[in-house]
Design a binder for this molecule. Structure first.
Ligand code: ASP
Length: 410
């Protein structure tokens, strides 16, 4: 399946490029029929199928995970380890982004041609965010696919089930069966993925040719380079040092999830596939994966943090604003917070960047300059974002002595 998805991705990119370069100019009708019609509909249906799974899969699998945990204290330990690793890797990610941007200096010599327009949205305050994690009405949270309140409700319900004796056991067995069925459903949706991925990628590439990258090439490749370094070195080091695990086995199994993330640009939409892969192929038990993966998809965004670090230095260089050492430290911490606050849906990382700019006194309109290339970067950073979640899930499972290493390496 991984091979098929990869082929779908490659063919999609090729088709999109051909459409963009030649066919759309020669035959404008192709635009309506193929791009807005077939590709758009195919991609949208696939995306909706993935999104359809997110809430039920997270809810059922997390309730199962917590209720089956046996010891609630373990949840605190797993949560503490996971959040610690999430924050640690994100801090490293922004630092890599900053170092790359200072070394490559993508903003030097960049000519601002048009006045860019970007109006920031008001970000919710920290207190508001914390309070809103507790759902007043779980159905409302489900309806809006609001991840943190769903996670919290599922944790409470799972804990209550585990404390409810016989009734709890009956309900847990129902949830376990439901979980099995939902995982089957994930498999069914995955079986459509080569076509879905093809449609999504072909549409993006047909609408956005590579020429948008040229004027912002240095910025674009600096972000991409930093993403590659984080992916290749930091994740390998975390797997090896904290878990004694082979990065190669990880990549072999997990690459298909990265293709999903790349083509959907959404950590949220990727949760079901990521959860299934981490549990069924990398040997992480449901009690850990069901908690770490959705939480990571919501708060752990290393790729986004890298983009935010590079973008800050880039825009500072374009506007000729010097950033002091102290301001760089501020960027590391605010970009970490901004990435935590970024929702796992397309393009939000760029919106949250306003928070970092405001902290260091950069003009928020600067974000408008990099918007043109953000679609491609969003795809790439989302692939890194979801990888970080799975790396942490494996390492935490190993630390809890619950990783099925036979499954991980096979
Ligand atoms: N699209 C990213 C994700 O879903 C978030 C972002 O950086 O915009 O992980």
């Amino acid at each position: 399946m991984t091979k098929k998805i990869f082929i779908g991705l490659g063919l999609g990119a090729l088709t999109g490029l051909i459409l963009h370069q030649w066919l759309l100019n020669l035959f404008p009708a192709v635009q309506g029929f193929l791009v807005e019609g077939i590709l758009s509909v195919g991609g949208e249906i696939f995306l909706r199928l993935l999104q359809m799974l997110v809430v039920p899969v997270v809810f059922v699998s997390l309730v199962c995970g917590v209720a089956g945990l046996g010891d609630i204290k373990k949840l605190g330990r797993v949560g503490g380890r996971a959040v610690g690793l999430f924050i640690g890797t994100t801090l490293v990610a922004v630092t890599i982004g900053l170092i790359m941007a200072w070394l490559i200096r993508p903003g030097d010599g960049f000519k601002l041609q048009t006045q860019s327009s970007f109006t920031p949205q008001q970000a919710p305050s920290l207190i508001e965010t914390i309070v809103q994690m507790f759902p007043r009405n779980p159905i409302e949270a489900f309806a809006q696919a609001d991840m943190l309140p769903i996670i919290l409700f599922s944790l409470f319900l799972g804990a209550a089930i585990s404390l409810s004796g016989k009734s709890g056991e009956r309900i847990l067995s129902l949830f376990s069966d439901l979980n099995e069925i939902l995982m089957k459903l994930v498999d069914i949706v995955i079986s459509f993925s080569p076509i879905g991925v093809f449609c999504l990628i072909a549409k993006v590439f047909s609408q956005q040719g590579f020429e948008v990258i040229v004027p912002l090439g240095k910025y674009f490749f600096t972000v991409l380079f930093a993403l590659c370094i984080h992916f290749a070195f930091v994740y390998s080091a975390v797997l090896k040092l904290f878990g004694g695990l082979s990065p190669l086995s990880f990549i072999k199994k997990f690459s298909r999830v990265m293709f999903f993330a790349f083509s959907t640009s959404s950590s949220n939409a990727t949760i079901p596939v990521s959860l299934e892969t981490v549990e069924k192929k990398l040997g992480v038990p449901n009690s850990i994966a069901s908690f770490v993966i959705p939480l990571g998809a919501t708060i752990n965004m290393d790729g986004t943090a890298i983009m935010q670090g590079v973008a800050t230095v880039f825009v500072a260089q374009v506007y000729g604003v010097p950033l002091t050492f102290y301001q760089n430290i501020v960027v590391i911490f605010t970009a970490t917070l901004a990435s935590i606050g970024t929702a796992g849906v397309p393009g939000v990382g760029l919106i949250m960047l306003a928070m970092v700019f405001q902290q260091v006194g950069l003009p928020v309109e600067g974000i408008g300059i990099i918007m043109a290339v953000d679609r491609f970067l969003d795809m790439s950073r989302t692939a890194v974002n979801v990888t970080g979640d799975a790396v942490v899930a494996c390492v935490v499972a190993k630390a809890e002595r619950q990783l099925d290493e036979g499954q991980y390496t096979n």
